[in-house]
Design a protein around this ligand. Structure first.
Ligand SMILES: Nc1nc2c(ncn2[C@@H]2O[C@H](COP(=O)(O)OP(=O)(O)OP(=O)(O)O)[C@@H](O)[C@H]2O)c(=O)[nH]1
Length: 821
């Protein structure tokens, strides 16, 4: 009976239980006795034997044992067994031994090869898998890392082992490569021949040459021609010096002298009909062998860049330079030869020539002989330089004097603040419309657009709210500016967002304002809800930012029938609150108005008898009577950047911001902090008009040069280079608490500037009016109290004494104050 093969055992293994076998007994399963076959095996074997016999036919000479051996090996696979038996025991046909013979597989060969050295007899014990792998020339690494031993019966014939292996793999196609088709690796002893795969026409020509050369050499030797020998020797020497590695492959076996020459790059295009001059003349020239240069040739670009020192004699044309060795497509065509690409000046030459002429310099005569391309390129690179922008000439004006004698109108900036939707933008839109800053046509257009999206009541607000986001949401997001004039004053409106999410933007607007207009919705409940919201917060913020004058526009009076009672109620409540927030009652004005209808904004409506009880000024009159803030013109320049933008080709980088102190004029250099980068003022615009200078209190647009935009950020300070703002990381400030203040992390706001910091110390609580210390080192500062605290910043910021800051924590304003040092 055939041995129990590894396959058979594997069939019945419960892998979950027995993954690894520790000793050979375990390979035999229980219930298997004697011949090693189970009852099931025996039945299968009997049935399969009958089928194999039928398939082979009665005339086929094979014993039952041979059939069963085959079936055992092929897991009772009748087809395979039949094939095997036919191949194994079929009578050999002497006439066609090769065709009929089953091709030997790789495995067959390997196994046979191993068998050559093996004792051709009976092995006295089993052969383990290492031996099998070695026999198959596979090596152990291709077997299992822990190879399971393969057992063969005692007294197994080694010849049969190779046969079995051979037969087992005979049907694997990749193992059945006929021996005559097996590749042979022959170590290279000579340099490769020309052509991609060494079989080109040139190679054939070279071979011919070589043969001819050898014949000549033999002939010369016969004739004792010493001269030829010397030439041959010289050849060998020169070759060695040129390419020692390639041409002296072995000292022991010197090769005949062959002179290699650089292979010219063939044209990638089909050769034209014209006979090429470069066709080797085998008859007249020394026998040579075309050989591809194994070292990569430098590219044309690299050669051009690096060939500064041209050794060519002066006057030599480009065609005769080393570049000519790099064949270009169509170069051998007649048409191509007519074209001299260097005959006319290059585009670079033309540009340079034009530039010279433009600069008024006489153009140099064309250099003859022509310089090599590499030199020209190097020269051109040397000449490359960034055109410096023409220096901006300063008129060196005495700006303070200019301002004094300018007789220009007063200039004032006011910020419009208040709770969301109380009508700030509508009120400003109405004001601009009634003052004819906005024409009827524009307002009609806005009305139509607003109607189209169902927001007709926002048409006037859209005069200020110009972004699509603001218009679609019906909410102001960022500060919107606009200008208008009265008889006495030129105003800049800073319309702030009312929504609490945009308080940082409101702070930025407030930091630029001389005074504020607080808009309050007088309708039922709106005023009250505003008090809990941003009405109070905004009022406190602007006061903390240094605003002293406050005009309260009691708006939407049309919704309450111009109720005097309501107006008085609101006025009383607000006066109480504002005075506690340090506003002087003299600086507060209350104006009843309706932005939507325009009542009492720029004019009184004589037909509106409901407002007869009011005898005070209109809103515009109230604005006009406000006193401007003092202008520190004689102080060093300080401008807080509130916007950075690209103004276009002529003005690539521009900034906007209020001048807090000092003056500036065209041509001035300014220092940007904290980047410490300088810039030059190229042009100045004020309310869209070009001007030569600007002074403190104004919000000009400065067009800059000599600075990279990366050095300009919102909240940065533009200052005089000789009086720069210091960068500080820690400061003491006097604050008015909006909420309970404790040592904690805070966001520090100054204009558009926002930075992370921490209140590290509560130094003292102070008296509101006198500023005297009430309590040192308090544990907490309560809302409404004034205190001195120390703040540490995460990064250095341009802050100095007198600057107003706001401290916020998680979206709420906790305090605002003044930097002390
Ligand atoms: N009846 C009436 N409605 C007004 C008046 N003023 C404004 N409104 C309406 O109030 C709504 C809000 O007006 P806005 O001007 O957008 O309010 P706002 O304060 O600028 O809003 P934010 O800037 O987003 O805080 C709009 O529907 C206006 O039509 C007014 O005097 N009377």
């Amino acid at each position: 009976m055939p041995p129990k093969s590894g396959h058979q055992r594997a069939k019945n293994i419960d892998y979950e239980d027995d993954d690894i076998y520790s000793d050979e007994e375990e390979y035999y399963e229980e219930g298997v006795e004697g011949d090693g076959m189970s009852e099931e095996d025996k039945q299968q074997m009997a049935a399969a034997t009958i089928k194999v016999k039928e398939a082979l036919g009665g005339s086929f000479k094979v014993t039952e044992t041979q059939i069963q051996e085959a079936l055992w090996h092929y897991y009772y696979d009748v087809g395979k067994s039949v094939s095997y038996l036919k191949n194994k025991y079929a009578p050999k046909v002497p006439a066609q031994p090769k065709q009929s013979q089953k091709p030997a597989s790789r495995f067959d060969q390997a196994a046979s090869a191993a068998g050559v050295g093996a004792p051709n007899g009976k092995l006295s014990s089993f052969i383990d898998s290492t031996t099998v792998c070695a026999a198959l020339n596979l090596g152990l690494e291709s077997c299992y890392s822990t190879p399971p031993p393969v057992h063969f019966p005692i007294s197994y014939n080694f010849d049969r082992l190779t046969e079995d292996i051979t037969n087992f793999f005979w049907d694997t196609p990749w193992g059945n490569v006929p021996s005559h088709r097996l590749g042979t690796i022959i170590p290279q002893t000579v340099a490769p021949k020309g052509g991609l795969l060494g079989g080109s026409k040139l190679a054939a020509l070279a071979a011919k040459r070589k043969q001819k050369q050898q014949e000549q050499a033999a002939k010369a030797e016969e004739e004792g021609n010493d001269a030829d020998k010397a030439v041959a020797l010289l050849d060998r020497l020169s070759v060695k010096s040129d390419r020692p590695a390639l041409l002296a492959p072995s000292d022991k076996a010197p090769k005949p002298a062959i002179r290699y020459q650089r292979k010219r790059s063939p044209s990638p295009q089909p050769q034209p009909q014209v006979e090429s001059d470069e066709e080797p003349d085998l008859g007249t020239t020394r026998p040579t062998m075309e050989f591809p240069d194994l070292r990569a040739q430098p590219s044309m670009f690299a050669t051009t860049l690096c060939s500064k020192n041209d050794s060519r004699p002066a006057g030599q044309s480009h065609q005769s330079t080393s570049f000519a060795e790099f064949a270009l497509p169509y170069t051998s065509m007649v048409e191509f030869k007519k074209v001299d690409p260097f005959a006319s000046p290059s585009p670079d030459d033309i540009v340079q020539e034009a530039q010279k002429r433009g600069a008024g310099r006489p153009s140099k005569p064309k250099a003859t002989p022509k310089k090599p391309a590499g030199d020209k390129l190097a020269e051109a690179v040397d000449k490359l330089h960034v055109e410096e922008a023409p220096r901006v000439k300063s008129k060196n004006l005495n700006v303070v004097e200019e301002f004094a004698k300018s007789e220009m109108k007063r200039m004032m900036n006011f910020v419009v603040i208040g709770h969301v939707d109380h009508g700030k933008s509508t009120l400003m839109g109405r004001l601009l419309y009634d003052l004819k800053v906005i024409d009827q046509r524009s307002v009609d257009k806005l009305k139509k657009e607003a109607e189209n999206i169902g927001k007709a009541s926002f048409a006037l607000a859209w005069v200020m709210d110009q972004t699509s986001e603001e218009r679609s949401r019906g909410v102001t997001v960022d500060i919107a500016t606009n200008n208008f004039e009265t008889e006495q004053t030129r105003f800049t409106i800073l319309d702030a967002p009312g929504h609490r999410d945009f308080i940082p933007n409101m702070i930025a607007g407030a930091s630029q304002a001389d005074f504020a207009v607080l808009v309050i919705d007088a309708s039922t409940n709106s005023f009250e809800s505003g008090l809990k919201g941003q009405t109070k917060e905004h009022a406190l913020l602007v006061r903390s930012m240094g605003v002293q004058r406050l005009i309260v526009a009691v708006n939407k009076m049309d919704t309450i029938n111009w109720s005097q009672h309501r107006f008085n109620e609101i006025s009383t409540q607000m006066t109480t609150f504002l005075t506690t927030a340090s506003f002087s009652p003299k600086q507060i004005s209350f104006i009843p108005c309706a932005g939507l209808t325009g009542e009492n904004v720029t004019h009184r409506n004589p037909d509106n008898s409901l407002l007869d009880w009011y005898t005070g000024p209109t809103l515009v009159s109230a604005l006009d009577t406000s006193a401007p803030s003092p202008r520190p013109l004689d102080k060093p320049l300080r401008l807080t950047i509130s916007d950075v933008f690209r103004g276009g080709i002529t003005n690539p980088i521009s900034i906007t911001g209020r001048i807090d102190a000092g003056t500036l004029q065209i041509g001035d250099q300014i220092l940007i902090m904290p980047s410490s980068e300088k810039a030059t003022i190229k042009a100045i615009e004020l309310d869209g008009e070009p001007v030569d200078w600007a002074v403190a209190g104004q919000i000009p647009t400065l067009h800059l040069q000599d600075i990279d935009p990366v050095h300009l950020r919102l909240g940065d300070i533009a200052c005089a280079p000789n009086h720069p703002v210091r960068l500080i990381k820690s400061f003491t400030c006097k604050i008015l608490a909006f909420e309970h203040v404790l040592p904690s992390s805070v966001d520090v706001f100054r204009g558009r500037l926002q930075a992370e910091g921490r209140i590290v110390r509560l130094s003292a609580t102070l008296d509101k009016t006198s500023g005297e210390v009430l309590k040192k080192k308090p544990r907490i500062v309560r809302p409404g109290e004034v205190a001195r605290v120390v703040v540490e910043l995460q990064r250095e910021l341009p802050l100095e004494v007198g600057v107003r800051i706001v401290l916020r924590e998680r979206g709420s304003t906790v305090a605002a104050g003044l930097l002390e040092g």
